[in-house]
Ligand binder design. Structure first.
Ligand SMILES: [Ca+2]
Ligand SMILES: [Ca+2]
Ligand SMILES: [Ca+2]
Ligand SMILES: [Ca+2]
Length: 547
Protein backbone atom coordinates (compact mmCIF):
# COMPACT_ATOMS: atom_id res chain seq x y z
CA UNK A 1 0.00 0.00 0.00
CA UNK A 2 1.23 3.44 -0.85
CA UNK A 3 1.49 5.76 2.14
CA UNK A 4 2.46 9.33 1.39
CA UNK A 5 5.71 10.42 2.95
CA UNK A 6 7.06 6.95 3.62
CA UNK A 7 9.09 6.68 0.45
CA UNK A 8 12.70 7.33 1.26
CA UNK A 9 14.21 10.23 -0.56
CA UNK A 10 17.12 9.15 -2.74
CA UNK A 11 18.18 12.36 -4.46
CA UNK A 12 18.36 16.09 -3.83
CA UNK A 13 14.94 17.71 -4.14
CA UNK A 14 14.09 20.04 -6.99
CA UNK A 15 11.91 23.12 -6.52
CA UNK A 16 8.58 21.25 -6.81
CA UNK A 17 9.72 18.54 -4.42
CA UNK A 18 11.03 21.14 -1.96
CA UNK A 19 7.67 22.91 -2.12
CA UNK A 20 5.80 19.63 -1.56
CA UNK A 21 7.93 18.84 1.51
CA UNK A 22 7.35 22.31 2.96
CA UNK A 23 3.62 22.08 2.23
CA UNK A 24 3.48 18.75 4.01
CA UNK A 25 5.13 20.27 7.09
CA UNK A 26 2.58 23.08 7.20
CA UNK A 27 -0.33 20.65 6.76
CA UNK A 28 0.88 17.91 9.11
CA UNK A 29 1.93 20.20 11.94
CA UNK A 30 -0.42 23.21 11.79
CA UNK A 31 0.09 23.94 15.50
CA UNK A 32 3.84 24.39 15.12
CA UNK A 33 4.57 25.26 11.49
CA UNK A 34 3.40 28.20 9.39
CA UNK A 35 4.43 28.28 5.75
CA UNK A 36 4.31 31.43 3.67
CA UNK A 37 5.67 32.70 0.40
CA UNK A 38 7.59 35.93 1.00
CA UNK A 39 7.98 36.77 -2.70
CA UNK A 40 8.34 35.33 -6.15
CA UNK A 41 11.61 35.33 -8.04
CA UNK A 42 11.94 36.73 -11.55
CA UNK A 43 11.76 33.08 -12.61
CA UNK A 44 8.31 32.78 -11.00
CA UNK A 45 9.35 30.63 -8.04
CA UNK A 46 8.12 31.19 -4.51
CA UNK A 47 10.65 31.99 -1.83
CA UNK A 48 9.37 30.13 1.20
CA UNK A 49 9.54 30.95 4.86
CA UNK A 50 8.65 28.58 7.69
CA UNK A 51 7.88 29.86 11.15
CA UNK A 52 8.33 27.04 13.63
CA UNK A 53 7.32 27.46 17.23
CA UNK A 54 4.40 27.35 19.61
CA UNK A 55 2.08 30.00 20.99
CA UNK A 56 3.05 33.60 20.37
CA UNK A 57 6.16 32.97 18.29
CA UNK A 58 7.11 36.64 17.97
CA UNK A 59 7.52 36.92 21.75
CA UNK A 60 10.27 34.31 21.98
CA UNK A 61 13.95 34.56 21.07
CA UNK A 62 14.45 33.33 17.53
CA UNK A 63 17.00 31.79 15.22
CA UNK A 64 16.87 32.34 11.46
CA UNK A 65 18.07 29.39 9.37
CA UNK A 66 18.87 30.14 5.73
CA UNK A 67 19.64 27.70 2.92
CA UNK A 68 20.13 27.99 -0.82
CA UNK A 69 22.39 30.96 -0.13
CA UNK A 70 24.39 29.81 -3.14
CA UNK A 71 22.46 28.33 -6.05
CA UNK A 72 24.93 25.47 -6.53
CA UNK A 73 24.80 24.46 -2.86
CA UNK A 74 21.94 21.99 -2.79
CA UNK A 75 23.14 20.61 0.52
CA UNK A 76 22.29 23.91 2.24
CA UNK A 77 18.65 23.68 1.18
CA UNK A 78 18.48 20.02 2.23
CA UNK A 79 19.92 20.92 5.64
CA UNK A 80 17.36 23.69 6.15
CA UNK A 81 14.34 21.60 5.13
CA UNK A 82 15.77 18.50 6.80
CA UNK A 83 16.18 20.45 10.07
CA UNK A 84 12.50 21.45 10.00
CA UNK A 85 11.41 17.90 9.19
CA UNK A 86 13.54 16.35 11.91
CA UNK A 87 12.29 18.85 14.45
CA UNK A 88 8.68 18.03 13.59
CA UNK A 89 9.28 14.27 13.58
CA UNK A 90 10.31 14.74 17.22
CA UNK A 91 7.60 17.27 18.02
CA UNK A 92 5.70 14.88 20.30
CA UNK A 93 8.69 14.52 22.61
CA UNK A 94 9.07 16.66 25.71
CA UNK A 95 12.46 17.95 24.65
CA UNK A 96 11.20 19.38 21.35
CA UNK A 97 8.02 20.68 23.00
CA UNK A 98 10.13 22.51 25.57
CA UNK A 99 12.42 23.80 22.84
CA UNK A 100 9.50 25.23 20.83
CA UNK A 101 8.00 26.73 23.97
CA UNK A 102 11.06 28.92 24.38
CA UNK A 103 12.57 29.34 20.90
CA UNK A 104 11.16 30.25 17.50
CA UNK A 105 12.86 29.13 14.29
CA UNK A 106 12.47 31.01 11.02
CA UNK A 107 13.57 28.80 8.15
CA UNK A 108 14.20 30.23 4.68
CA UNK A 109 15.16 27.04 2.86
CA UNK A 110 16.08 28.29 -0.57
CA UNK A 111 17.11 31.81 -1.45
CA UNK A 112 18.34 30.75 -4.93
CA UNK A 113 15.38 28.83 -6.35
CA UNK A 114 15.95 30.00 -9.92
CA UNK A 115 19.62 29.04 -9.97
CA UNK A 116 19.25 25.73 -8.12
CA UNK A 117 16.99 24.29 -10.81
CA UNK A 118 20.01 24.13 -13.10
CA UNK A 119 21.06 21.01 -11.22
CA UNK A 120 17.93 19.30 -12.52
CA UNK A 121 17.92 20.84 -16.00
CA UNK A 122 18.72 19.12 -19.29
CA UNK A 123 22.07 20.91 -19.16
CA UNK A 124 23.56 20.60 -15.71
CA UNK A 125 26.05 23.20 -14.48
CA UNK A 126 26.86 25.10 -11.33
CA UNK A 127 24.80 28.23 -11.42
CA UNK A 128 24.32 30.96 -8.83
CA UNK A 129 22.49 33.66 -10.73
CA UNK A 130 18.72 34.04 -10.69
CA UNK A 131 16.47 34.43 -13.75
CA UNK A 132 17.04 38.18 -14.01
CA UNK A 133 18.47 38.97 -17.45
CA UNK A 134 21.77 40.74 -16.93
CA UNK A 135 24.52 41.94 -19.21
CA UNK A 136 27.38 40.50 -17.21
CA UNK A 137 30.19 41.85 -19.40
CA UNK A 138 28.40 45.14 -20.21
CA UNK A 139 28.73 44.77 -23.97
CA UNK A 140 25.13 45.81 -24.61
CA UNK A 141 23.93 42.24 -25.20
CA UNK A 142 22.18 40.04 -22.66
CA UNK A 143 22.95 36.33 -22.11
CA UNK A 144 24.83 36.22 -25.42
CA UNK A 145 27.57 33.81 -24.40
CA UNK A 146 26.75 30.93 -22.08
CA UNK A 147 28.31 27.48 -21.76
CA UNK A 148 28.08 24.99 -24.61
CA UNK A 149 27.86 21.25 -24.11
CA UNK A 150 30.54 20.34 -26.64
CA UNK A 151 30.66 16.62 -25.86
CA UNK A 152 26.86 16.44 -25.52
CA UNK A 153 26.83 14.64 -22.18
CA UNK A 154 24.28 16.94 -20.53
CA UNK A 155 26.71 18.69 -18.20
CA UNK A 156 29.34 21.38 -18.30
CA UNK A 157 32.78 20.20 -17.30
CA UNK A 158 36.19 21.49 -18.35
CA UNK A 159 37.93 22.03 -21.64
CA UNK A 160 41.70 21.84 -22.15
CA UNK A 161 43.48 23.23 -25.17
CA UNK A 162 47.02 22.18 -25.93
CA UNK A 163 48.96 25.42 -26.32
CA UNK A 164 52.53 26.67 -26.11
CA UNK A 165 51.26 29.41 -23.80
CA UNK A 166 49.22 27.01 -21.68
CA UNK A 167 49.64 27.52 -17.93
CA UNK A 168 48.22 24.16 -16.81
CA UNK A 169 49.80 20.72 -16.78
CA UNK A 170 48.42 17.27 -16.11
CA UNK A 171 48.56 16.52 -12.40
CA UNK A 172 51.46 14.03 -12.18
CA UNK A 173 49.69 12.35 -9.26
CA UNK A 174 46.35 11.92 -11.02
CA UNK A 175 46.06 12.29 -14.77
CA UNK A 176 42.31 12.93 -14.64
CA UNK A 177 43.02 16.41 -13.31
CA UNK A 178 45.12 19.42 -14.25
CA UNK A 179 47.06 21.77 -12.00
CA UNK A 180 48.63 25.14 -12.57
CA UNK A 181 52.27 24.96 -13.60
CA UNK A 182 54.50 26.60 -11.02
CA UNK A 183 56.84 28.73 -13.14
CA UNK A 184 59.01 29.49 -10.11
CA UNK A 185 59.79 25.79 -9.82
CA UNK A 186 60.65 25.55 -13.51
CA UNK A 187 57.46 23.68 -14.34
CA UNK A 188 56.11 24.13 -17.84
CA UNK A 189 52.44 24.34 -18.73
CA UNK A 190 50.97 22.51 -21.66
CA UNK A 191 47.27 23.40 -21.64
CA UNK A 192 44.88 26.30 -21.44
CA UNK A 193 42.07 25.30 -19.10
CA UNK A 194 38.55 26.73 -19.04
CA UNK A 195 34.91 25.79 -18.68
CA UNK A 196 33.34 23.95 -21.60
CA UNK A 197 32.09 26.35 -24.24
CA UNK A 198 32.70 28.47 -27.28
CA UNK A 199 33.06 32.21 -27.69
CA UNK A 200 29.57 32.63 -29.09
CA UNK A 201 29.80 36.37 -29.73
CA UNK A 202 33.48 36.35 -30.77
CA UNK A 203 34.52 39.01 -28.28
CA UNK A 204 37.58 37.07 -27.16
CA UNK A 205 35.96 35.87 -23.92
CA UNK A 206 34.46 32.45 -23.24
CA UNK A 207 31.13 31.88 -21.47
CA UNK A 208 31.26 35.39 -20.01
CA UNK A 209 27.54 36.13 -20.13
CA UNK A 210 25.15 33.21 -20.03
CA UNK A 211 21.84 32.57 -18.33
CA UNK A 212 22.03 33.36 -14.67
CA UNK A 213 21.66 36.93 -13.49
CA UNK A 214 22.09 38.07 -9.91
CA UNK A 215 23.66 35.90 -7.21
CA UNK A 216 21.83 36.08 -3.90
CA UNK A 217 25.07 35.85 -1.93
CA UNK A 218 26.54 38.85 -3.76
CA UNK A 219 23.43 41.04 -3.61
CA UNK A 220 23.31 41.97 0.07
CA UNK A 221 24.27 45.35 1.36
CA UNK A 222 27.44 44.94 3.41
CA UNK A 223 30.60 45.51 1.34
CA UNK A 224 28.54 45.08 -1.83
CA UNK A 225 30.84 44.11 -4.74
CA UNK A 226 29.31 46.66 -7.11
CA UNK A 227 29.89 46.27 -10.84
CA UNK A 228 31.10 42.70 -10.57
CA UNK A 229 29.39 39.75 -12.24
CA UNK A 230 26.32 38.61 -10.34
CA UNK A 231 26.23 41.41 -7.76
CA UNK A 232 23.19 43.20 -9.21
CA UNK A 233 22.77 46.81 -10.27
CA UNK A 234 22.72 47.90 -6.63
CA UNK A 235 22.57 46.19 -3.21
CA UNK A 236 19.32 44.33 -2.49
CA UNK A 237 18.13 44.84 -6.07
CA UNK A 238 16.40 41.44 -6.25
CA UNK A 239 12.95 40.39 -5.02
CA UNK A 240 14.30 37.50 -2.97
CA UNK A 241 17.01 39.57 -1.29
CA UNK A 242 14.57 42.36 -0.49
CA UNK A 243 11.93 39.98 0.86
CA UNK A 244 14.36 38.19 3.18
CA UNK A 245 15.61 41.48 4.61
CA UNK A 246 12.13 42.98 4.96
CA UNK A 247 11.02 39.92 6.90
CA UNK A 248 14.08 39.70 9.10
CA UNK A 249 14.09 43.41 9.94
CA UNK A 250 10.58 42.98 11.32
CA UNK A 251 11.68 40.07 13.48
CA UNK A 252 13.22 41.88 16.41
CA UNK A 253 13.35 38.59 18.34
CA UNK A 254 15.97 36.97 16.09
CA UNK A 255 19.28 36.78 17.95
CA UNK A 256 21.22 34.56 15.53
CA UNK A 257 21.29 33.90 11.80
CA UNK A 258 22.63 30.48 10.82
CA UNK A 259 23.19 30.10 7.11
CA UNK A 260 24.53 27.32 4.95
CA UNK A 261 27.02 28.59 2.39
CA UNK A 262 30.65 28.11 1.43
CA UNK A 263 31.54 30.93 3.85
CA UNK A 264 32.59 29.42 7.12
CA UNK A 265 32.95 30.88 10.61
CA UNK A 266 31.63 27.79 12.39
CA UNK A 267 34.29 25.13 12.01
CA UNK A 268 36.91 27.91 12.28
CA UNK A 269 35.80 31.10 14.07
CA UNK A 270 36.78 34.59 13.02
CA UNK A 271 39.88 36.03 14.68
CA UNK A 272 39.81 39.45 16.31
CA UNK A 273 41.29 42.15 14.11
CA UNK A 274 41.53 45.39 16.02
CA UNK A 275 42.05 47.59 12.94
CA UNK A 276 38.94 46.23 11.22
CA UNK A 277 36.88 46.32 14.38
CA UNK A 278 37.66 49.99 15.01
CA UNK A 279 37.65 51.37 11.47
CA UNK A 280 35.07 54.01 10.58
CA UNK A 281 33.00 51.40 8.76
CA UNK A 282 33.34 48.48 11.13
CA UNK A 283 34.51 45.50 9.08
CA UNK A 284 35.68 43.14 11.79
CA UNK A 285 33.75 41.50 14.63
CA UNK A 286 34.02 43.32 17.97
CA UNK A 287 36.04 41.54 20.62
CA UNK A 288 33.15 40.38 22.87
CA UNK A 289 31.37 39.02 19.78
CA UNK A 290 34.53 37.18 18.68
CA UNK A 291 34.42 35.35 22.01
CA UNK A 292 30.87 34.28 21.25
CA UNK A 293 31.90 33.11 17.77
CA UNK A 294 34.64 31.06 19.35
CA UNK A 295 32.31 29.47 21.93
CA UNK A 296 29.68 28.62 19.30
CA UNK A 297 32.38 27.25 17.00
CA UNK A 298 33.62 24.90 19.74
CA UNK A 299 30.09 23.68 20.19
CA UNK A 300 29.64 23.28 16.45
CA UNK A 301 32.75 21.13 16.16
CA UNK A 302 31.36 18.82 18.83
CA UNK A 303 28.23 18.22 16.72
CA UNK A 304 29.71 18.24 13.24
CA UNK A 305 33.09 16.79 12.40
CA UNK A 306 34.20 19.75 10.31
CA UNK A 307 37.45 20.91 11.91
CA UNK A 308 39.47 20.57 8.73
CA UNK A 309 36.93 22.25 6.49
CA UNK A 310 38.41 24.88 4.21
CA UNK A 311 38.36 28.37 5.65
CA UNK A 312 36.53 30.67 3.26
CA UNK A 313 36.24 34.35 4.05
CA UNK A 314 33.22 36.38 2.97
CA UNK A 315 33.81 38.29 -0.26
CA UNK A 316 31.20 41.02 0.25
CA UNK A 317 27.49 41.30 -0.52
CA UNK A 318 27.13 38.03 1.38
CA UNK A 319 24.61 36.92 3.96
CA UNK A 320 27.13 35.99 6.66
CA UNK A 321 28.49 39.56 6.71
CA UNK A 322 25.09 41.18 6.43
CA UNK A 323 23.74 39.20 9.38
CA UNK A 324 26.36 40.70 11.65
CA UNK A 325 27.34 44.08 10.26
CA UNK A 326 23.95 45.34 9.05
CA UNK A 327 21.44 43.24 10.97
CA UNK A 328 23.47 43.39 14.17
CA UNK A 329 22.86 39.76 15.07
CA UNK A 330 25.20 36.86 15.70
CA UNK A 331 25.74 35.45 12.25
CA UNK A 332 27.13 32.01 11.52
CA UNK A 333 27.70 30.09 8.33
CA UNK A 334 28.98 26.66 7.39
CA UNK A 335 29.20 24.66 4.17
CA UNK A 336 27.89 21.67 6.15
CA UNK A 337 30.25 19.30 4.37
CA UNK A 338 33.55 19.26 2.52
CA UNK A 339 35.56 16.59 0.73
CA UNK A 340 37.75 15.17 3.48
CA UNK A 341 41.49 15.25 2.85
CA UNK A 342 42.35 11.83 1.54
CA UNK A 343 45.88 11.24 2.81
CA UNK A 344 47.93 8.05 3.08
CA UNK A 345 45.70 5.16 4.00
CA UNK A 346 47.39 2.22 5.66
CA UNK A 347 44.20 0.38 6.52
CA UNK A 348 43.12 -2.63 4.53
CA UNK A 349 40.50 -2.10 1.91
CA UNK A 350 37.14 -3.63 2.59
CA UNK A 351 36.53 -6.82 0.72
CA UNK A 352 40.06 -8.17 1.00
CA UNK A 353 39.96 -11.89 1.58
CA UNK A 354 42.22 -12.30 4.60
CA UNK A 355 42.44 -16.09 4.17
CA UNK A 356 44.49 -15.61 1.03
CA UNK A 357 46.91 -13.43 2.97
CA UNK A 358 47.24 -11.05 0.10
CA UNK A 359 47.62 -7.46 1.04
CA UNK A 360 46.11 -5.44 -1.76
CA UNK A 361 46.44 -2.17 0.08
CA UNK A 362 48.00 0.48 -2.03
CA UNK A 363 49.92 2.83 0.17
CA UNK A 364 49.16 6.21 -1.28
CA UNK A 365 51.27 9.16 -0.28
CA UNK A 366 49.79 12.53 0.61
CA UNK A 367 49.50 14.72 -2.44
CA UNK A 368 52.43 16.99 -3.17
CA UNK A 369 50.31 19.41 -5.19
CA UNK A 370 47.10 20.87 -3.72
CA UNK A 371 44.36 19.81 -6.11
CA UNK A 372 40.75 19.63 -4.96
CA UNK A 373 39.73 17.44 -7.90
CA UNK A 374 42.47 14.85 -7.35
CA UNK A 375 41.65 14.79 -3.66
CA UNK A 376 37.98 14.24 -4.49
CA UNK A 377 38.81 11.36 -6.89
CA UNK A 378 40.93 9.65 -4.28
CA UNK A 379 38.33 10.17 -1.54
CA UNK A 380 35.48 8.92 -3.73
CA UNK A 381 37.50 5.85 -4.67
CA UNK A 382 38.08 5.07 -0.99
CA UNK A 383 34.38 5.45 -0.26
CA UNK A 384 33.49 3.04 -3.02
CA UNK A 385 31.68 5.83 -4.86
CA UNK A 386 32.29 5.91 -8.57
CA UNK A 387 33.99 9.30 -8.99
CA UNK A 388 31.93 11.88 -10.84
CA UNK A 389 34.31 12.23 -13.73
CA UNK A 390 33.96 12.68 -17.47
CA UNK A 391 36.66 11.02 -19.56
CA UNK A 392 38.73 13.49 -21.54
CA UNK A 393 37.64 13.32 -25.14
CA UNK A 394 38.97 15.08 -28.21
CA UNK A 395 36.56 17.44 -29.96
CA UNK A 396 36.63 19.85 -32.88
CA UNK A 397 36.44 23.39 -31.54
CA UNK A 398 35.47 26.28 -33.84
CA UNK A 399 37.59 28.78 -31.90
CA UNK A 400 40.70 26.54 -32.01
CA UNK A 401 40.75 25.09 -35.53
CA UNK A 402 43.34 22.37 -36.02
CA UNK A 403 44.34 22.41 -32.35
CA UNK A 404 44.11 19.59 -29.85
CA UNK A 405 41.07 20.36 -27.70
CA UNK A 406 39.60 17.90 -25.18
CA UNK A 407 36.53 18.09 -22.95
CA UNK A 408 36.27 16.23 -19.65
CA UNK A 409 37.36 16.35 -16.01
CA UNK A 410 35.52 16.55 -12.71
CA UNK A 411 31.75 16.85 -12.89
CA UNK A 412 29.95 19.93 -11.56
CA UNK A 413 28.53 20.13 -8.00
CA UNK A 414 30.48 17.26 -6.43
CA UNK A 415 33.01 19.34 -4.48
CA UNK A 416 30.39 21.04 -2.30
CA UNK A 417 27.47 18.57 -2.38
CA UNK A 418 28.06 15.09 -0.97
CA UNK A 419 26.58 11.93 -2.46
CA UNK A 420 22.95 12.06 -1.38
CA UNK A 421 23.15 8.97 0.82
CA UNK A 422 25.35 11.00 3.20
CA UNK A 423 22.85 13.84 3.61
CA UNK A 424 20.71 12.24 6.35
CA UNK A 425 23.64 11.94 8.73
CA UNK A 426 24.83 15.49 7.99
CA UNK A 427 21.30 16.77 8.60
CA UNK A 428 21.15 14.97 11.94
CA UNK A 429 24.41 16.61 13.05
CA UNK A 430 23.30 20.09 12.02
CA UNK A 431 19.91 19.65 13.65
CA UNK A 432 21.73 18.74 16.86
CA UNK A 433 23.87 21.85 16.50
CA UNK A 434 20.85 24.14 16.03
CA UNK A 435 19.13 22.63 19.06
CA UNK A 436 22.30 23.11 21.11
CA UNK A 437 22.58 26.69 19.90
CA UNK A 438 19.02 27.36 21.04
CA UNK A 439 19.97 26.06 24.48
CA UNK A 440 22.52 28.89 24.76
CA UNK A 441 19.98 31.62 24.05
CA UNK A 442 19.86 34.75 26.20
CA UNK A 443 17.14 34.78 28.82
CA UNK A 444 16.31 37.61 31.15
CA UNK A 445 15.18 37.18 34.74
CA UNK A 446 14.72 39.40 37.79
CA UNK A 447 16.23 38.10 41.03
CA UNK A 448 17.46 39.19 44.48
CA UNK A 449 14.55 41.54 45.05
CA UNK A 450 14.84 43.42 48.33
CA UNK A 451 12.72 46.14 49.84
CA UNK A 452 13.65 48.24 52.81
CA UNK A 453 11.65 50.97 54.55
CA UNK A 454 13.85 53.98 55.14
CA UNK A 455 11.32 56.27 56.80
CA UNK A 456 9.01 59.02 55.61
CA UNK A 457 6.92 56.48 53.69
CA UNK A 458 9.86 55.82 51.42
CA UNK A 459 11.02 52.33 50.40
CA UNK A 460 14.29 51.34 48.77
CA UNK A 461 13.95 48.61 46.15
CA UNK A 462 16.95 46.73 44.86
CA UNK A 463 16.80 44.01 42.24
CA UNK A 464 19.13 42.29 39.82
CA UNK A 465 18.33 41.90 36.16
CA UNK A 466 20.21 38.82 35.04
CA UNK A 467 20.88 37.00 31.80
CA UNK A 468 20.52 33.29 32.53
CA UNK A 469 21.66 32.27 29.07
CA UNK A 470 25.17 31.57 27.83
CA UNK A 471 24.89 34.06 24.97
CA UNK A 472 24.82 37.84 25.52
CA UNK A 473 21.43 39.53 25.37
CA UNK A 474 22.49 40.76 21.94
CA UNK A 475 25.71 41.30 20.03
CA UNK A 476 28.01 44.13 21.09
CA UNK A 477 27.70 45.62 17.62
CA UNK A 478 23.93 45.44 18.01
CA UNK A 479 24.10 48.21 20.62
CA UNK A 480 24.72 50.62 17.76
CA UNK A 481 21.70 49.75 15.66
CA UNK A 482 18.02 50.61 15.82
CA UNK A 483 17.13 47.08 14.69
CA UNK A 484 18.43 45.49 17.86
CA UNK A 485 16.36 46.26 20.92
CA UNK A 486 18.09 46.60 24.26
CA UNK A 487 16.72 45.25 27.53
CA UNK A 488 14.08 47.66 28.72
CA UNK A 489 13.64 47.87 32.51
CA UNK A 490 10.47 49.57 33.66
CA UNK A 491 9.19 50.25 37.15
CA UNK A 492 5.41 50.75 37.17
CA UNK A 493 4.03 52.64 40.16
CA UNK A 494 0.45 53.55 40.98
CA UNK A 495 -1.06 57.03 41.31
CA UNK A 496 -0.42 57.27 45.03
CA UNK A 497 3.26 56.40 44.58
CA UNK A 498 6.18 58.33 43.16
CA UNK A 499 9.72 57.44 42.18
CA UNK A 500 12.08 59.62 44.20
CA UNK A 501 15.30 58.16 42.85
CA UNK A 502 16.15 55.76 40.03
CA UNK A 503 14.65 55.64 36.56
CA UNK A 504 11.12 54.71 35.65
CA UNK A 505 12.42 53.38 32.32
CA UNK A 506 15.98 52.43 31.49
CA UNK A 507 17.70 50.61 28.66
CA UNK A 508 20.56 48.25 29.44
CA UNK A 509 23.55 47.64 27.25
CA UNK A 510 24.30 44.12 26.13
CA UNK A 511 24.21 41.81 29.14
CA UNK A 512 26.86 39.15 28.77
CA UNK A 513 25.99 35.50 29.23
CA UNK A 514 25.46 34.56 32.89
CA UNK A 515 25.80 38.15 34.04
CA UNK A 516 23.88 40.39 36.35
CA UNK A 517 23.07 44.07 36.64
CA UNK A 518 21.95 45.43 39.99
CA UNK A 519 19.50 48.34 40.01
CA UNK A 520 17.84 50.33 42.78
CA UNK A 521 15.01 52.80 43.24
CA UNK A 522 13.46 54.88 46.01
CA UNK A 523 9.68 54.87 45.93
CA UNK A 524 7.39 56.98 48.08
CA UNK A 525 3.96 55.65 48.93
CA UNK A 526 2.55 52.30 50.06
CA UNK A 527 1.21 49.38 48.04
CA UNK A 528 2.74 47.33 45.32
CA UNK A 529 4.89 48.16 42.27
CA UNK A 530 5.48 46.11 39.15
CA UNK A 531 8.98 45.66 37.79
CA UNK A 532 9.38 44.55 34.20
CA UNK A 533 12.53 43.70 32.23
CA UNK A 534 12.93 42.28 28.78
CA UNK A 535 13.72 42.60 25.12
CA UNK A 536 12.64 40.66 22.03
CA UNK A 537 15.84 38.59 22.02
CA UNK A 538 15.74 37.69 25.72
CA UNK A 539 12.06 37.30 26.50
CA UNK A 540 10.48 39.31 29.34
CA UNK A 541 9.90 38.97 33.08
CA UNK A 542 7.45 40.82 35.28
CA UNK A 543 7.40 40.77 39.10
CA UNK A 544 5.10 42.36 41.62
CA UNK A 545 6.83 43.85 44.63
CA UNK A 546 5.02 44.73 47.86
CA UNK A 547 6.37 47.73 49.67
CA1 LIG B 1 26.74 40.71 -22.51
CA1 LIG C 1 29.66 18.44 -21.48
CA1 LIG D 1 30.09 39.21 -24.65
CA1 LIG E 1 32.25 35.82 -25.66
Amino acid sequence: MFVAGTIAQTEYSNYNQQTARLDALGKNYPQSVKLKSITKTTGGKDIWMLTIGSGNTAMKPGIAVVGGVEGNHLLGTELAIGFAEKLMQGSATDSIKNLLDRTTFYVFPNMSSDAMEQYFAALKYERQGNANQTDDDRDGKVNEDGYDDLDRNGKITLMRIESPVGDYRINPEDNRSLVKADMAKGEKGKYLLMAEGIDNDKDGHFNEDGEGGVWFNKNLSFNHPSFTRGSGEFPVSENETRALLDNLFQLFNVYAVVSFSTNNNLSTPFIFNSANATSRIVSGWLEPDIKVNSMVSDMYNKSANMKEAPKVSPAGGDLLSWGYFHYGRFSFSTPGWFVPKAVADTSRKAGVDSTKKIDTVKKEKPFVVEDAAANYFRWAGRQGISPAFTEWKKIEHPDFPGQNVEVGGIDPFVLINPPFKMVAEITAKHTAFLINLAALQPEVDIVNIKTEKIGGGISRITASVINKGALPSHSKLGERTYWVKRINVKLNVSNNQSIISGKKIQLLNSLEGYSTKELSWLVKGPGTVVLEAGSPTTGSRKVEISL
